[in-house]
Design a protein. Structure first.
Length: 203
């Protein structure tokens, strides 16, 4: 099956109850990640190796809700034999050993903080148990307090292929309406995208 066929398409949104979202004309995450700096030279090397890993083949798409408060990026990739296992191991090491790091964007240094899975309402450790040969999900907060972006990423490996599903929004009050809207959208995309990637029944 071609990689394109494993991506969520605009036609899938309505059946999944995601009518508030529309597919963007071009993916919003085409740019290479900025340079990253960890607490030690070894962690800096790990961060940059993991986040700039290039697949042999990759397709991407993005979706945005009606008021532009939530962006969902999806990528499906195919790597050389064994390379997907190595990449997932690197990402797992990043999340295990890097509680915070900085990104260099132009002349700005943006701090990224990893949310402890135990404190994450999306319950990533439970989500990881559902999908593929292995899965990894974490939430990060980027930027200064009060203006933080919230970035939640699910990685799913199926053989030498991998799914990246990323949710981006402004960090919201845990009990507020924005957090509830994000949680609803996430739950629907988390049911839809991995199922399509893995060839499982939708819905």
């Amino acid at each position: 099956m071609d990689l394109d066929e494993l991506l969520v398409a605009a036609a899938d949104l309505s059946e999944a109850g995601l009518d508030d979202f529309a597919e963007l004309e071009s993916p919003s995450s085409d740019e290479d990640p900025p340079p990253m700096t960890g607490a030690t030279p070894e962690l800096t090397a790990l961060l940059n190796r993991a986040f700039t890993d290039k697949a042999a083949r990759e397709v991407r798409t993005s979706f945005m809700n009606a008021d532009s408060t939530i962006v969902v990026d999806e990528g499906v990739s195919e790597r050389a034999a064994g390379a997907a296992v190595t990449w997932m191991a690197d990402m797992r090491q990043v999340y295990a050993e890097c509680t915070a790091w900085t990104m260099s964007v132009g002349d700005q240094e943006i701090t990224v903080q990893l949310v402890d899975p135990a404190d994450d309402p999306s319950e990533p450790l439970k989500v990881e148990q559902k999908y593929g040969d292995e899965a990894l999900m974490r939430t990060m907060l980027a930027g200064p307090a009060g203006q933080q972006a919230q970035i939640t990423t699910l990685l799913v490996r199926d053989g030498d292929r991998a799914l990246e599903l990323t949710f981006r929004s402004l960090a919201a009050e845990p009990d507020g309406p924005e957090a509830a809207r994000l949680a609803t959208a996430m739950s629907k995309f988390l049911a839809l995208a991995p199922a399509k990637f893995l060839g499982l029944p939708l819905g």
